[in-house]
Design a protein around this ligand. Structure first.
Ligand code: GSH
Length: 231
């Protein structure tokens, strides 16, 4: 019987199925990357909700696993060497799960590095920039009179969407096969348009290739399930 009691996080979020991978998350664009991945690869897991309303992400139990106090985080009871592995940072989690299961990250070296290239592009560019558009257009920053910070992030987001647009012409997915790069990027594109309501601001109508691939991504049953987890 797997015992995760040495991990303080299980005191606040008890594991009903300690033999399964434990996910600590919320359905935000970073959170759903991992739930979508888990739904795609079919690895059994148990999802725990980390509520921002009650500042769960700042609790000592959560920080004991994710010192950066951000979701998503996982605790895999069957990590490398059969030992439990705690992990945060969605990009690292996607790569870990892909390598653990041999899915959604090509074993062909060139394709693998191109997938990681687009994963990094999301982590270092799309996530931070679209997130700032969210702050300055949708969350508290929208009350700021000075629109220069908002415009700076809107312009950079448009530029990033332009990169995606040019790259996706004639392609089905970010690299040859559907991969962790798509799982990293498209929840953020969806969020920019649907949640932050920034479609007009970034001129989303112009990005027809991005729209096409986003629609294909959102049509996947595993994506639809993953977007709702944790409920
Ligand atoms: N680079 C991190 C970013 C994670 C992140 O920003 N998570 C947000 C939700 S999308 C969060 O936990 N925010 C809580 C807070 O800032 O207190 C990752 O990709 O995992």
């Amino acid at each position: 019987m797997t015992d995760l009691s040495a991990f303080p996080i299980t005191g606040k979020w008890p594991a009903q199925h300690p033999e399964r991978l434990q996910l600590y998350s919320l359905p935000t664009p970073n959170g759903v990357k991992v739930s979508i991945m888990l739904e795609e690869i079919g690895l059994p897991y148990e999802a725990h909700k980390v509520s921002f309303d009650s500042n769960d992400q700042l609790s000592p139990e959560f920080i004991s696993l994710s010192i950066n106090n951000k979701i998503p985080a996982i605790l895999d009871p069957a990590g490398p060497g059969g030992q439990p592995l705690p992990l945060f940072e969605s990009g690292a989690i996607l790569q870990y799960l892909a390598e653990k299961t041999g899915q959604l990250l090509s074993s062909d070296p060139a394709q693998r590095y191109q997938t990681l290239q687009w994963l990094m592009f999301q982590m270092g560019g799309i996530g931070p920039m679209f997130g700032q558009v969210g702050f300055f257009h949708f969350f508290a920053g929208k009350a700021y009179e000075d629109k220069r910070p908002r415009d700076r992030y809107v312009n950079e987001s448009k530029r990033l969407l332009g990169v995606l647009e040019r790259h996706l012409k004639g392609r089905q997915w970010m690299v040859d096969d559907y991969s962790i790069a798509d799982i990293a990027i498209f929840p953020w594109v969806r969020n920019l348009v649907e949640r932050y309501d920034a479609g007009d601001l970034v001129g989303f109508d112009e990005f027809v290739e991005v729209q096409r691939v986003l629609a294909n991504f959102l049509a996947r049953p595993a994506v639809q399930r993953g977007l709702q987890i944790p409920a």
